[in-house]
Design a protein around this ligand. Sequence first.
Ligand SMILES: NC(=O)c1ccc[n+]([C@@H]2O[C@H](COP(=O)([O-])OP(=O)(O)OC[C@H]3O[C@@H](n4cnc5c(N)ncnc54)[C@H](OP(=O)(O)O)[C@@H]3O)[C@@H](O)[C@H]2O)c1
Length: 265
Amino acid sequence: MSSYVITGASRGIGLEFVRQLSANSENKVFALVRNKATATKLKNLARNNITILEADVTDGKALQLAAAEVSKATDNKLDYLINNAGATTDPGLTLDQFPDPEAVEKDLVENFRTNAISVVHSTNAFLPLLKNGSAKKVLTVGSALGDSELTLKAEVTARAGYSIAKAALNLVVAKYAAQYKAQGFVFLSINPGSVDTSADAISEPSAGTIAENTALFKAITTNLPNHKGRITPEESVRLQLEVFNRWTVEETGAFVSQHGSKKFV
Ligand SMILES: NC(=O)c1ccc[n+]([C@@H]2O[C@H](COP(=O)([O-])OP(=O)(O)OC[C@H]3O[C@@H](n4cnc5c(N)ncnc54)[C@H](OP(=O)(O)O)[C@@H]3O)[C@@H](O)[C@H]2O)c1
């Protein structure tokens, strides 16, 4: 029996992690969501080995309470943590296009809290349980937009706050990896690929999102002709789990693609 905690499990890639991991009835899956009432697709999985818990990942205290619930159910142990939750603001602006210094700072801070500090909070909350677990593995879902080489090659100017936060996230992962390598922990950041999660979207895209996406896809398809288009959540999660399962402590702290390489397109 292996135990898993997955953040951002209400929809998209997180929901797919829950679906694939809970298909094995031997696994115990703890699915963390912001709001249980609206996590309809997750609830519809209706499997006995899934426990749904509420926590906003920007709220360190809420994550500690969720960890206490998991601890009660697992005799204070956890094998795997999957830090999947993340979000992007959609200002449709490059860094120098915000109307004033306060606006650009607000966007940067918001993205940093949701995509980088959140992973510090959730990792800290579950580390005591992971130390007692048998796998000691933490997968964090990063983004190729946080890679400076891809940014330069594809000339991606959109989603600055999100990209900067995802770059910082990779250093969060490296810090934990450096600290816990001697204890046999494996920390890994994986870019999931360009994943079409629109089927689970909770609202129609705003004008800002459409402008951002248009700029982003134009940059990527113009500058990176090898880009193969979007993949399904099913394919992304299957590939990520293959990489995560084979990843060893010798390679802890890396940031790789869903194929386990440094090639992001
Ligand atoms: N899709 C892609 O192509 C792609 C590419 C690169 C990286 N990623 C990364 O992959 C991860 C999953 O993305 P996705 O495409 O599945 O996104 P998505 O469909 O928008 O789902 C995001 C998930 O994160 C949750 N979430 C957002 N903010 C949260 C918060 N403050 N507290 C708790 N949960 C929160 C959402 O919960 P609610 O339902 O409550 O909003 C939802 O479950 C993210 O980290 C994203 O940055 C995605």
